[in-house]
Structures are given as C-alpha cells and as structure tokens.
Design a protein around this ligand. Structure first.
Ligand code: NAD
Length: 483
C-alpha cells in the first residue's frame, strides 16, 4: 500500500488479483487493516493542515497537478497495459481511460488557475464575499470498472481544492491505482497528501467512512453499498457524494437515422462489455420500426468481435472477474424464466481459446415488459432488453419507470422532439444522436437512486470545498447598540 508517502506491505487478508482474460493470478495483494486507515488519516490531516500546502496559492497547487498529468502521459502505454491485464478491457479502451485521467488532472489544474471567489450583491453598507476552503481529509472509494479514470475524477479535484486524499480501490482491481500512487509519489506531491489502501470494502472502506477526521467521502459503486455508506455519513453529519448504478433507457424514434442508431445503441450497451454505469441497457424502439430495427441490431451484435482485450480488433473483451460473469449469466437465466426470448448471445463463447476467461456473449432479450426483473435491476454486463413503445406518453412513462436515473439516449432527426423528450427524462445525462461521449468540463451525476451530487466540471471542485461567507463592514457605527 502507499500510506501517506510510505510504501508498506499490508497485514490484512490477501487478494489474488487475476487477469480475467485467462484466469491467471497476476499478483497477491496483502490488504490494509483498520490501523492503516488511522495512520493514513493522521498523516493526511497533518499534511493538509501544514501551512505549506494549506496556504499554497492556487496557481502553485496547479503545478503539482500538471506534474502528475505529465507523469501519467509519459507512462501511458505501461498504465494502459497494466489496466488491460487487471480488468480484461481492450487496450484501445484502457488507453482512452489513461488519457482521460491525465486530462482530468490538467483540467482541474486549469480550474485552479481561473477559479474566483464570489463577491456577492450587498444588502447593506458592507461588502459580502464567499470563499472556498479545503475540507481536510477526503476518502475516495472506487469501483472496479474504470480504475485510473474514476480515481482521477476524485483525486484531482480533491487535491486541487487543497485536501489530502485516501483512495480505496476495488478489491479486484488495485494494480493501476498503486501504479498511479508510484507516479504521484515521484511527482513530488508533499508526503501525506495521498494514500492508496487496497482492501475489503466493509473493513477498509467502512473504516474510512466512519473515521471522525475524514470530512468528506466520495463513492462510486453499487446503489446498495452507497445507501449503507450514506447512513454511516449521516451518523457523522458528513457530506458524501454518491455515483451509483443505472438502468439507462436508449430511445429510437421513428425518424432516426437507422444505421447510426444501430451502431450507437450497440456501442452504448456492449462497449466495456456492458460494465459501465451508464450502459444503455433498456432499449425503447417506436413500434412502427421495431421489427426492422431489432433485426439490424441483432445482426450488428452477432458481428461484434469477442476476444482477449490485448488482441487488436477486440470489441467485446472479457468481463472483470468470473464471479461477475456468473452473476450476469444468472440474470439471463432469470429473463428466460420470466418468458423473455434470447435473440442473440445468452451464453459463454464456444471458442476453446476463450474457455479460461470471464467471457459472456453480447445478449439481446425481447418479449418482456418493463416491470420484469431484468428491466428493473442493474445487470452490469453485455445484456440489452428491447421493448416497443407507442407514442410519447407511453415512452416517457416506461423510460422513467425505474428506480434509477443516471443516463439516457435519444436517436431522432427531429431536434424539437429530442429537446422535449430530453427535458422529460429523469436522468443526470441525456445523449442525443450519440452515446457514452464524456467531457471532463461537463458535470456528471445521477438522480433518484443513481446518486447524490456531481463530479467533473467546476462543480466537481466545489464538492471538495467548504464555502465561507465573509462580511466587511463599511459603516462608522455598524451595529445599533453603540454608546
Ligand atoms: P460495490 O458497491 O460493490 O463496490 C464499490 C467500492 O465500494 C469498492 O471499492 C468496494 O470495496 C467498496 N465497498 C463495498 N462495500 C463497502 C462497505 N460496506 N463499506 C465501504 N466500502 C465498501 O460496486 P462495484 O461492484 O465495485 O462496482 C459496480 C457498481 O458501480 C455498479 O452498480 C455500477 O453502476 C456502479 N458505478 C457507478 C458509476 C457512476 O459514476 N454512477 C461509475 C462506475 C460504476
């Protein structure tokens, strides 16, 4: 682990970290224990309150973020390879995630260069201003699906805002976070400001959230875990940001460009092998084009190349772990029991070369209504359910009939219909004639049970700051009780 500037072997449980493309054990990781959390928080508190860091001018703090970005960029190929080994993802995808991580550090460095305090409108003979101050120690708990990119989305704004950060990566995927810690250590960031503690969620993650000196937690993961952490945060009255699950609707209207929409829908759900919080996993197609569209989508899906992430041309790589693959398979069995028809996929590939990996074929299911379990629960794998709709009211009612509200997509040539629908969908993000494109300058977050608060954009840095209002009295006798 990287404990506030010190490299240390863990004394907790051991995790065998695997390459899910073939099941090989890559490394045994000795996990952190609760005492390591205490030490990381102690070091983090000391480093965050050191005047050298606390009072550092924003443009000087920005230099540290630029140095980390430089270091990620000069090690990009190595990080992308490591990430591909540990998550099974294709090299094309992991290269994108590494580039996004570097871009995130640069973006928040730029925000620091341009951030202003607010001078607010006076309501008397005084000046009022609002300044942003660091919180102290921030706990960051990350999922396994896009490490380095999701790590950076938490670490960069939290450091930029002047805090110390303790990162707990997911148990299955700690390697790239530890590699990032090595780069951050070498970049010269003052010791104590950053720690990476691999370990069990309930042990290490729980200790971070409960610790009295941790002033903010940012969590990305499942809704059940997020809700449990929100309860712990409530006990301390601590702010917590939650980026949680989704069951995002993608919508194809009758005037859509069919070829574009087929490709976009397939990419939106099957890229990252469906292991994406924003995966467009419920597809609603206008009943008048349903049969034609679904036929083309099934043909496209059957043509996707399934294989190891490090083989050039792979479009659907292995899943992150065999245990997760098995849970996806159980959902497809459930869909069959509920009366769903599996139009393609629905099992593991027959190719003997893939037998040891955590593969699952991209799968399309029809014949269910939106209240079926597989339409309501997040599967987090390459599984799409397709449903017809008749008219806008029916569409909006079905699309919004979900506990989740993370993302959605609309395919249409009619910008007025797109606008009206975009405003009616209960989702944090709406993509129109595109899907899964991301910008670090655009806030991202979920509504309903998909989360609380936003990451990215200028709002992303405010999430790690405390706002303080300052009044400057201008009257000779400002208060009424003067003698
Ligand atoms: P998870 O909730 O099981 O775990 C996420 C993290 O929380 C891991 O680091 C885990 O060790 C930790 N954790 C688990 N139990 C804990 C506890 N009791 N106390 C403290 N920490 C604990 O989720 P996962 O399976 O790693 O990730 C998949 C989920 O993440 C999916 O639901 C997906 O939708 C969601 N996700 C959301 C976003 C988003 O931005 N909205 C992005 C990616 C993934």
């Amino acid at each position: 682990m990287f404990l506030g500037g010190i490299w240390k072997r863990g004394s907790g449980t051991t995790t065998s970290v695997i390459d899910p493309s073939d099941g090989r054990v890559l490394q045994e990781i000795d996990n952190a224990v609760v005492a390591d959390v205490d030490e990381a928080v102690l070091r983090g508190s000391a480093a965050a309150s050191d005047p050298q860091w606390r009072d550092m001018l924003p443009h000087n703090r920005a230099r540290y973020l630029h140095r980390i970005a430089d270091s990620i960029e000069s090690n990009a190929a190595r990080l992308a390879l490591l990430q591909s080994f540990n998550t099974g993802k294709s090299l094309a995808e992991t290269a994108g995630l590494v580039a996004s991580a570097a871009g995130t550090f640069r973006y928040f460095a730029a925000v620091l260069e341009t951030a202003d305090a607010d001078l607010t409108t006076p309501r008397g003979n005084y000046l009022t201003m609002s300044v942003y101050e660091p919180i102290g120690v921030v706990g960051a708990i990350a999922p396994w699906n896009s490490p380095i990119a999701s790590d950076a989305q938490k670490i960069a704004p939290a450091l930029a805002a002047g805090n110390a950060v303790i990162l707990k990566p997911a148990e299955w995927t700690p390697l790239v976070s530890l590699a990032l810690a090595r780069l951050i250590d070498e970049s010269g960031l003052p010791a104590g400001l950053f720690s990476v503690l691999p370990g069990r969620g309930s042990v290490v993650g729980g200790a971070i959230v409960r610790h009295p000196a941790v002033g903010k937690v940012t969590f990305t993961g499942g809704t059940t875990t997020g809700r449990a952490l929100a309860h712990l945060a409530a006990e301390k009255l601590m702010p917590i940001s939650l980026e949680l699950g989704g069951k995002s609707p993608t919508i194809v209207l009758d005037d859509a460009d069919i070829e574009l929409a087929v490709n976009g829908v397939a990419y939106g759900v099957f890229s990252s092998t469906g292991q994406s919080c924003v995966a467009g996993s419920r597809l609603f197609v206008d009943a008048s084009i349903y049969d034609v569209f679904v036929e083309k989508l099934v043909a496209k899906t059957r043509s996707l190349t399934v294989g190891p992430g490090r083989t050039p041309g792979t479009q659907v790589a292995s899943m992150v772990h065999h245990r997760h693959r098995d849970s996806v398979a159980q959902f497809v069995d459930l869909a069959r029991e509920e009366g769903g028809q599996v139009l393609c996929g629905g099992g593991i590939p027959q190719d003997p070369a893939l037998a040891d990996g955590a593969y699952y074929l991209p799968t399309i299911i029809s014949g269910l209504s939106n209240d079926a379990k597989v339409c309501q629960e997040e599967i987090f794998g390459p599984v799409l359910v397709v449903l017809p709709f008749r008219g806008e009211e029916d569409l909006v009612a079905q699309a919004n009939d979900s506990v989740y509200g993370l993302a959605s997509g609309i395919w249409t040539r009619d910008y007025k219909r797109a606008w009206s629908l975009a405003r009616r969908l209960q989702a944090g993000t709406v993509w129109i004639n595109t899907y899964k494109q991301f910008s670090i300058s655009t806030p991202f977050g979920g509504v309903k049970q998909s989360g609380l608060g936003v990451e990215k954009g200028r709002a992303g840095i405010a999430a790690y700051s405390r706002q303080k209002s300052i009044y400057w009295g201008l009257d000779e006798q400002p208060n009424p009780w003067a003698d």
